[in-house]
Design a protein around this ligand. Structure first.
Ligand code: DON
Length: 571
């Protein structure tokens, strides 16, 4: 009897901790249909903020900026103001699509050899100069309709008054707080202070999270404009944290940060126009190069998940990823060949693919192998009643970035410096590469795999898609585009269905296949043809919008793999 109470308490604690570590289960996509606008993002709070901006007369860029700020509050593992990303905009007035590029930048004191291979990325040195606030400001200045203050304030209110935590946020926050370095390290004290449950227990669905320092920072940005992030109190607090933690970002780095408008990488596929982010992002180039290689193979005449099609997709991706490693980096520092996204070059690559034999990755470019990346970033898609579309992916790099919260300012810092190649000439089987194109230089942007995409026909948006997932992003987006344009799947099925990934090195296919006979026999054949195939349970989180050009109706789909919510606007 004496033992009963302690045993019960132990059991209760064990169950609570176990529950905290369970990934929430959702097995189907969530779909919304509307005629006047749609926002699909990782949190219901952020999607509703964006949708409300549309109902108040804001356009898709206003809604995207509001959604991005709201995600910085309600999805802290990847939504951010301390990171960077890429926003693809397709205007509704016939003007050409653009990419608002707000990738983080190496500080002026960065050096090629500043990282030791294998060292931790969860520190101040790993932080790139953040681009998100500058990018959102540039997007708004270029396209916005509503006053800046009005689109930042919803995020301030969420942070100040608090918002209801769902299973996904509870899981994510509990998980980061359970990490050994976060539990013990001094430099994560601010993360623990800001994000621990006030009663010291794990977060649960239905709790309310209040983020007062972040609210104050966002209010300053709302009232004084995006520049307030790069100068004054917020910049002082960021630089003070750098000085405490041996980081190298200076006030001059912050004042000098500029987001850029860049011309997208363009391509065509079966009569559709495609627009993806250009370098310093690899997403646009890799997705379009892969599609170009696949176009002549007439995939639709064969089963979607038959061995032939899976093999061809993996072989095409393998070749595009090899070019990624060889050539891609910040175009302001690296000269990038123009032929990579041309149809002629793709035909040459396609000609070398054997129909029943895997090409070893070494045979394509023996000297290089790619580094591992962690799976955290977030994508959202927005369309307004005029047909203006936004496809935005942004990130802190790892889940919860560097895990460093700027004391007093309440926001997380990225660890994007890890996306540079760390050591010239060093390539290894663990996945480092040492090509020159993506070596660290002061003021240079690190190569990204983010792939916010826009598909259009006759100047009208047809599909907005993208995903988190490091290098798997490229294959997730490729698969989504193939599912819609090649296999003519409805968008909910296109997002729901199994995903495949090949990234040249490691030389293997990862596949979300099921135990179905179709998948199992395809995998067996792929192995017979020389592929290594590994199953994985989830790849990405692709919150997408499809437009039916006949009816002009919008279908928003929130992926099942992580959560997310589609919020439609109809009158
Ligand atoms: O920009 C990139 O390619 C990476 N930093 C993205 C990391 C990522 O997607 C992790 N996501 N889930």
């Amino acid at each position: 009897m004496k033992l009963a109470l302690p045993c019960l308490l132990f059991l209760l604690l064990a169950t609570t901790l176990a529950r905290a570590a369970d990934l929430p289960a959702r097995t189907s996509v969530q779909v919304a249909r509307a005629s006047q606008g749609m926002v699909v993002s990782e949190t219901p709070h952020a999607s509703r903020v964006g949708r409300d901006v549309l109902t108040r007369g804001g356009n898709a860029v206003d809604a995207a900026v509001a959604t991005a700020f709201a995600l910085a509050v309600t999805w802290p593992e990847a939504g951010n103001i301390g990171g960077g990303g890429f926003m693809m905009v397709h205007p509704a007035d016939g003007k050409p699509p653009v990419c608002v590029e707000y990738r983080e930048t190496a500080p002026a004191a960065a050096t090629e050899t500043m990282f030791e291979l294998g060292e931790s990325r969860y520190n101040c040195k790993a932080v790139g100069v953040p681009g998100t606030v500058g990018g959102l400001q540039l997007a708004h200045e270029s396209f916005g309709r509503l006053p800046w203050r009005d689109i930042v304030m919803p995020a301030v209110r969420l942070a100040e008054s608090g918002f209801v935590v769902d299973d996904w946020l509870a899981y994510s926050t509990n998980k980061v707080l359970e990490q050994e370095n976060v539990r013990l390290g001094d430099r994560y004290a601010e993360l623990r202070r800001v994000y621990s449950h006030p009663q010291g227990r794990p977060w649960r669905k239905g709790d309310v999270m209040v983020l007062l320092d972040l609210a104050r920072t966002l209010r300053t940005i709302a009232e004084r404009g995006g520049n307030a992030f790069y100068e004054g109190r917020i910049a002082d607090l960021l630089v003070a944290e750098m000085q405490r933690g041996n980081g190298i970002i200076s006030k001059q780095d912050l004042e000098g940060y500029r987001a850029k408008i860049r011309k997208p990488i363009g391509g065509t596929y079966r009569g559709y126009d495609l627009y993806g982010p250009p370098p310093p992002c690899s997403g646009g180039t890799c997705v379009i190069e892969t599609l170009n290689i696949l176009e002549p193979f007439k995939l639709r005449e064969h089963p979607r998940f038959g061995a032939r099609n899976l093999h061809l997709i993996a072989e095409a991706a393998r070749r595009a990823f090899a070019d990624r490693a060889k050539y891609l980096g910040d175009p302001d520092f690296t000269s990038i060949p123009k032929h990579l996204t041309g149809k002629e070059y793709a035909a040459k690559l396609a000609g070398a693919i054997k129909l029943d034999e895997a090409t070893p990755s070494e045979a394509i470019a023996p000297e290089i192998q790619l580094a591992d990346e962690s799976p955290d970033t977030t994508h959202f898609s927005v369309i307004d009643g005029d047909g203006m579309g936004v496809s935005n992916t942004y990130t802190l790099e790892a889940s919860w970035g560097s895990r460093i919260v700027v004391p007093g300012a309440g926001f997380l810092l990225n660890n994007e410096m890890g996306d540079f190649n760390w050591k010239r000439g060093h390539t290894d089987r663990k996945g480092r590469i040492g090509t020159d194109a993506n070596l660290i230089r002061p003021g240079k942007r690190m190569l990204s795999s983010q792939s916010p995409f826009i598909v259009a026909r006759d100047g009208k948006v047809v599909l907005l898609t993208g995903s988190p997932g490091g290098r798997t992003i490229i294959n997730t987006v490729l698969g989504n585009i193939l599912n819609v344009l090649e296999f003519e799947m409805p968008i909910d099925k296109a997002i729901d269905t199994a995903r495949l990934h090949h990234q040249w090195f490691p030389d293997e296919i990862t596949f979300e296949g099921t135990k179905s006979d179709e998948h199992a026999s395809a995998v067996k054949k792929l192995r017979d043809w020389g592929h290594t195939v590994r199953y994985r349970s989830r790849q990405g989180s692709a919150h997408s919008i499809h437009v039916d050009l006949k009816t002009s109706k919008y279908v928003g789909v929130a992926d099942w793999r992580r959560g997310g919510f589609a919020a439609g606007h109809s009158q």
